[in-house]
Design a protein around this ligand. Structure first.
Ligand code: LLH
Ligand code: MG
Length: 379
């Protein structure tokens, strides 16, 4: 594992929601490297400090060293079994970063992009612009008019779909279901009927607020709503989905990987399943959710961007969209961060993200930058 100095352009508020930093914030990046006996390697960029040295020492190295790195599913099943007794220390993101490095290894070794190894069902994917959560920065995302102006800019850049994340605490005036609906209406009015719109709002509304928003979004022809209530209450989602025409997508934050998603699909609590590469514990596990959804005739939308999400979407015909974000009027999303040579998910003129052509996952890692800015390395 290599730690290096870099920059991030996001800062997180006290509840973990991302907001833009126009100047950039000094950050420590981490690069997980898996090396076989012949020197073949696979890499995964680890966000934040999600893979701590103690977790690497106690759980990950013992289960990886000496294994055949092409046997990803065997290694993943071993890590999965170790999770129960690790009591939260070996979380889904840890599994995900390790498994992504194993996929990157396989792709590099076989000289193929991972999305092709997963089936290559398409070579580009339509992107929706996913906004940051609302704030109180005038000219940022502080009002329905701000959302409308930003949505117009995003459509001018080529996006064919926009997902609003509206206001959450600690913003002082959040939550406010009526203001959320006003923002959704302002965006629909500004972009016209042909742009696909979605809403991801305050995650802890009660049933009546969630029902009110869903009914209003239906009138505004929104494509889906996600996470308007605490997702641990699956029966609240079934209650909602049973009485509105609007499609409800989820769950995003619930643990349990494909097993919990099976319960949600079987119970009819949502119309569109949702999983992320990180929340699933990896690419293969996320793909299982897509196939599960496919078996129920459902779409499966992938939470969050990055090369892992692009790989899954290369293998899953029922993921309709790639989530680009999170975006904000004051955030530069078009210049690569210092440790990257390119923005891997830039859209083309049709609003699609071409899947990467490089071998492996396709993260455009600047290895020279990382070598010049290394803080520490452990093996
Ligand atoms: O609450 C938030 O900060 C956002 O909802 C965030 O988790 C975002 O990644 C999301 O849900 N996207 O769909
Ligand atoms: Mg979401």
């Amino acid at each position: 594992m290599t730690s290096f100095s870099t920059l991030t352009r996001n800062w997180e508020d006290s509840e973990g929601h991302a907001h833009p930093s126009e100047t950039g914030v000094p950050a420590t990046g981490m690069l997980l490297t898996i090396t076989d006996n012949e020197g073949n390697q696979g890499f995964s960029l680890v966000a934040g400090d999600y893979l701590r040295e103690g977790v690497l020492t106690q759980y990950i190295r013992p289960l990886l060293v000496g294994q055949d790195p092409l046997r990803r599913e065997k290694i993943w099943q071993d890590l999965y079994l170790a999770q129960r007794g690790a009591y939260g220390r070996l979380h889904e993101r840890a599994l995900s970063f390790v498994e992504q490095a194993l996929w990157d290894y396989a792709g590099r070794r076989l000289d193929q992009p991972v999305w092709k190894l997963l089936g290559g069902v398409r070579d580009e994917v339509p992107a929706y612009a996913s906004t940051m959560c609302g704030d109180d920065v005038v000219g940022g995302l502080s009002s329905p008019d701000d959302y409308a102006a930003f949505a117009v800019d995003l459509v001018a850049k080529g996006y064919k779909a926009v997902k609003l994340h509206t206001w959450m605490p600690p913003v002082s005036f959040a939550p406010d279901a009526r203001m959320d609906v006003r923002a959704c209406a302002a965006v629909r009015e500004a972009v016209g009927p042909d742009i696909v719109l979605m809403l991801d709002c305050y995650h802890w509304y009660n049933r009546s607020d969630a029902l009110y928003i869903a009914r209003e979004l239906d009138k505004l022809n929104y494509a889906w709503m996600e996470e308007p209530m605490d997702e641990y209450s699956m029966s609240s989602y079934k209650w909602l989905a049973d009485q509105v025409d609007l499609l409800i997508a989820g769950p995003e934050s619930v643990e349990g990987k494909f097993r919990s998603r099976a319960e949600w699909a079987a119970s009819g609590a949502v119309d569109i399943l949702r999983i992320g590469v990180h929340s699933a514990g990896g690419i293969s596990s996320a793909l299982k959710v897509c196939h599960l959804a496919e078996s129920f005739g459902m779409d499966c939308e992938i939470h969050g961007g990055g090369v892992g999400s692009l790989a899954v979407l290369g293998g899953a015909p029922n993921g309709r969209w790639y989530e680009t974000g999170l975006l904000h009027p004051h955030l530069d999303s078009e210049t690569p961060l210092p440790h990257l040579t390119a923005v891997v998910d830039a859209i083309d003129e049709n609003g699609n993200v071409p899947l990467p052509t490089a071998s492996g996952l396709g993260d455009p890692i600047d290895f020279d930058y990382i070598a010049a800015n290394t803080v520490s390395t452990t093996r």
